[in-house]
Design a protein around this ligand. Sequence first.
Ligand SMILES: Cc1cc2nc3c(=O)[nH]c(=O)nc-3n(C[C@H](O)[C@H](O)[C@H](O)COP(=O)(O)OP(=O)(O)OC[C@H]3O[C@@H](n4cnc5c(N)ncnc54)[C@H](O)[C@@H]3O)c2cc1C
Length: 559
Amino acid sequence: METIFQPDAIIIGSGLAGLTAAMEITNAGKKVLLIDQETEQNIGGQAFWSFGGLFLINSPQQRRMGIKDSYELALQDWKGTAGFDRKEDYWPRKWAEAYLKFASQEKYEYISRLGIKLMFMVGWAERGDGSANGHGNSVPRFHVSWGTGTGVVKPFVEKAYQAQKKGLLQMKFRHRVTELIVENGKLKGVKGDILEDDDKARGVETNRNVISQFEYTAPHIIIASGGIGANHELVRKNWPERLGTAPENMVCGVPAYVDGKMIGIAENAGAHIINRDRMWHYTEGIQNWDPIWPKHGIRILPGPSSLWFDAKGNRLPAPFLPGFDTLGTLKYIQNTGFSYSWFILTQKIIKKEFALSGSEQNPDITNKDYPLFLKRIFGKKAPGPVEAFKEHGKDFIVSDHLEDLVKKMNELSGDHLLDYEKIKSQIEARDRELDNKFSKDTQVNYIRSTRNYLGDKLGRVAAPHKILDPKNGPLIAVRLNILTRKTLGGIKTNLSGQVLKEDESVLEGLYAVGEAAGFGGGGMHGYRALEGTFLGGCIFSGMKAGKYIAELKTDNSNT
Ligand SMILES: Cc1cc2nc3c(=O)[nH]c(=O)nc-3n(C[C@H](O)[C@H](O)[C@H](O)COP(=O)(O)OP(=O)(O)OC[C@H]3O[C@@H](n4cnc5c(N)ncnc54)[C@H](O)[C@@H]3O)c2cc1C
């Protein structure tokens, strides 16, 4: 006779946050029903596609690279970056402090125990706005997992299948939750649609044909449904005035299933949604010439040397340098009235400084291929996927002559706003600043100082050189689009991941983790992020809610 599987917890979403919570709960011998609207081949969610960058404080890798980091320094950076300034920031602040403690103490052990390995070089993301107590990382903290996002997600997926074998976990794919069942102010279960199966490859948009309905109950329901990045209608609706008008054209940095609908469903059940206007979108998006999901865009993770021009051909002022201040730059660009901008660079810069975010764009690291990785550092060409973009990417132009490059840039945009003489004089002026060992150009000075960090010198920052010297060419121009990615606000929760109502009381039985909860509390990043904090935020918030449920004495009160 078939035994009925009565779960202690239902988790909505099989991304990194949901899988972490599932692991914690099943580790305690309790039962979990894991539900996802997508197909089984999409298990792991966005984390699979991620670059696998993890924010750690005072890690062994940092110490080996000579980086002095501490909880206090990270807290200073986080506060300057988050800019918490609202009454609703009470729980986000608490989550931020707890997360920083985790990242400086327990996180390294937690991921190491799972077999996640980190690369020896620590990257320096989001270098900041130029002030010690303002936005940005004072030191490199971006630890790329050996295996990129696939390496991060693999042990969590394995743990899920092990728990399934033991009878502690059931997974139901193609189950889309459309309603949370609330009775007497307490969560009872979930309802939704069963979607027709689909054999499309991971990441490709699947059908939404409804074939029947479902309803399940459990005493604890965890929302781990991700953010809103693929729902451009919602992104536009939530777009804050402080960032100018929402861009007309955006590329999409996440798969279609990051549709944000579950956040509205949680709100209908009584959850308090806060900081909806806080989002983390990138200014260096390029259209993928070989797309997987709709409007697929790739983010360039740039080193600091490319010259950045707005649509009208004005060089962006400091601190809006490549890789420094994502939202500051976004605001600057939006205020120009055009939602695209340009990099102009050389072959020497693209070779050393262009990394593309995404597991599929980094086959050397994703496949743990040492020889290919060494070629990235010591080879003459840029990594294969970067060269492929140079050749096939719609946003790339290559030429030996600046005049021809500018002509083609004007043709590509169709706006014809760029004046060759104006661009030339700005680049010549910048190049003249290289004639001495000292300079008044902030970007030139920065390139020089950053090479004092071994990681930058070896693998990230090209030796300073003149852009217009033909021996450094050919010249390359890249049109940069706004790329939607992360949701920084979301469902308000306390430190156990319990969902809170507007009056701060607990919505009994409901929890939220990962991006749906703004990575904890409804927005632990505040306005801006230090990078690599999203995967870690999923692990931390999934762990907190999972442990809380795991440690509760009574369960299955619905059975
Ligand atoms: C290309 C790329 C690069 C990135 N690089 C980094 C990086 O280097 N470092 C970093 O920290 N972060 C990075 N990120 C961000 C990070 O990967 C995500 O923020 C994180 O993985 C989100 O995980 P999650 O579990 O909260 O949600 P998701 O991974 O989005 O999973 C949510 C799941 O819920 C399901 N779902 C949604 N609604 C419903 C519903 N109504 N019913 C049933 N199921 C539902 C979805 O189908 C999905 O499977 C990157 C992201 C991308 C896409």
